[in-house]
Design a protein around this ligand. Structure first.
Ligand code: ADP
Length: 507
């Protein structure tokens, strides 16, 4: 008989599950899983990465580089080119040449073959990508292996399928590509965000200049290798690395036709101002402060698991993380007790260990931000509870944390923390739950937990957010659009809507 969970050994601090019989779990103090680290043997990371421009890896003109580190060990993984304005200009020129000369003229069915090829190579190299994603970004290998990389490949497959069917996507209209797209992405889903941006752009006939985040450039550079190996015409995809200044050089370049940005609301505002009046198209996917709402009639154990998944897994580094929890008053004590019990079983540590639930915080500065909010929450008078798990000595770590006794006006309730930190409030009636959930400047996502379909319909209609999950959370699919209301952004990515953001429709 096979046991489908790892063997577990005693540990010093309390609170892990121990298997007494195959597939059966019991709560037991003093036990832990044996380490199950993913091998890194099959992965090569170069000491230095260049820029990917015009189908070649080229040195940055000013010769400058920056370090990318492993946030779980604080060790340098590689040194990466810092692109300046001249490099961005070179990348935009390569993209324009490829757009005019090849990509916009190529039959759409040919374009789709290249995109399929990217998807297939990504699948073949999935393990390598998953390990590098976890090394560079700190996310648990379980997440990068089961979510990030398969979903990235799925996006390329999905949009490859649309490339020669745009007349069905926009019936009665003629879809014309926009030209050169400048794409700027954050560090929380490095490869997946590349796929969200590049796949629909290419499918519609645009060429791109993409900039990954400065703390997670490595899988984008590996994707550049895949794009080269897939034989894409030079200049169709260009990848430039750097921080805010490189991003600003893309935004301000006069020959860019569209900006697609995912990141903070603060930088989204800067970008919106910079391109006002230029005629550039844009989509902005910004911050969030999602509400998870648990009604008394919900399946409580499932709801607790969904809450844990929504805010603690992936270190809360998700713009649609369920960082506010509203519980109907009659079940609040039960939910909080079960949540605290579950928090005690969460394993924080080595991102490459397959048992890890919560990996490393992405960077020292992000950890500083989270810690400043933990301090602020206590100063605002909330009660803080953190799990008692041990964390490694080196690297950037944050234990799963909940705040109770918070009020609507508290900054920890209103502002995006982007860490494993949950603010819990109660409500009595559906109307009260709805109005509290909507009391936020953001509107990216939300979750409802109830046994009653009618409540789901009522709440999903009332909550002002782009994505609402019912009795589940953080589920993604390339066919489904994603995007925000209010300060969470503008425009949609994914699905048919995601195509619309990369075309001009003519009669
Ligand atoms: P986060 O808080 O998630 O790091 P940011 O908005 O700071 O989000 O960063 C998201 C992306 O935007 C990164 O690739 C970053 O380098 C880039 N960026 C930061 N500042 C600017 C700017 N002024 N113009 C364009 N891009 C920027």
């Amino acid at each position: 008989m096979s046991i489908n969970r790892p063997i577990i050994f005693p540990k010093t601090n309390s609170g892990n599950f121990v298997s007494t019989e195959p597939n059966k779990l019991a709560f037991n103090d003093g036990w832990q899983y044996a380490p199950a680290p993913e091998s890194t043997d099959h992965v090569t990371i170069d000491q230095r990465y260049k820029l990917f421009i015009g189908g070649e890896f080229v040195a940055p003109e000013a010769g400058r580089h920056f370090e990318t580190i492993n946030p779980a060990t604080e060790e340098q993984l590689s040194s990466v080119a810092l692109a300046g304005e001249a490099d961005v200009d070179r990348a935009v020129k390569a993209a324009r040449k490829a757009y005019n000369g090849v990509w916009s003229k190529m039959p759409a069915s040919e374009r789709s073959k290249y995109i399929y090829r990217i998807a297939r190579i990504l699948q073949e190299r999935a393990r390598e990508f998953a390990v590098i994603e976890s090394l560079d970004g700190g996310k648990p290998i379980r997440e990068s292996r089961d979510i990030d990389i398969p979903l990235a490949a799925a996006h390329f497959f999905y949009y490859a399928g649309w490339a020669d069917k745009l007349e069905y996507a926009f019936p009665g209209r003629h879809a014309v590509p926009l030209g050169v797209a400048g794409q700027i992405i954050p560090w929380n889903f490095p490869l997946l965000m590349c796929a969200w941006k590049i796949a629909p752009a290419l499918a519609c006939g645009n060429t791109v200049v993409l900039k990954p985040a400065e703390t997670t450039p490595l899988t984008a550079m590996k994707l550049a290798e895949v794009i080269r190996d897939a034989g894409l015409p030079p200049g169709v995809v260009n990848i430039v690395t750097g921080a805010g200044e490189t991003g600003a050089a893309i935004v301000n370049h006069p020959d860019i036709d569209k900006i697609a940005f995912t990141g903070s609301t603060e930088v989204g505002r800067i970008i919106q101002k910079a391109i006002a009046g230029t005629g550039k198209r844009y989509t902005l996917e910004l911050g969030g402060k999602a509400a998870n709402i648990i009604f008394a009639d919900a399946a409580i154990d499932e709801a607790v698991e969904g809450i844990v998944n929504g805010i603690f897994f992936n270190q809360g580094h998700v713009c649609c993380a369920g960082s506010r929890l509203f519980v109907q008053e009659s079940v609040a004590d039960e939910v909080i007790r079960k949540l605290r019990d579950r928090m005690e079983t969460l394993i924080v540590g080595d991102p490459l260990d397959k048992n890890t639930d919560i990996g490393a915080i992405n960077s020292a500065s992000q950890l500083e931000t989270i810690e400043s909010y933990l301090k602020l929450g206590q100063e605002e008078g909330a009660q803080m509870y953190q799990s008692s798990c041990a964390v490694p000595d080196r690297g950037y770590w944050c234990r799963p944390t909940i705040f109770t006794g918070v009020s609507q006006s508290n900054r920890i309730v209103q502002e995006e923390i982007f860490g494993p930190v949950l603010a819990i409030q109660t409500f009595r009636t559906l109307e009260e739950g709805l109005s509290k959930a909507n009391n936020t400047p953001y509107g990216l996502s939300g979750g409802i937990w109830t046994d009653k379909g009618a409540k789901i319909f009522k709440m999903t209609q009332g909550i002002r957010a782009g994505v609402i999950w019912a009795n589940t959370f953080n589920k993604f699919d390339p066919t489904s659009p994603f995007g925000g209301y209010k300060e969470s952004g503008f425009g949609r990515e994914g699905g048919l809507h995601g195509l619309g953001a990369y075309v001009r429709l003519e009669a």
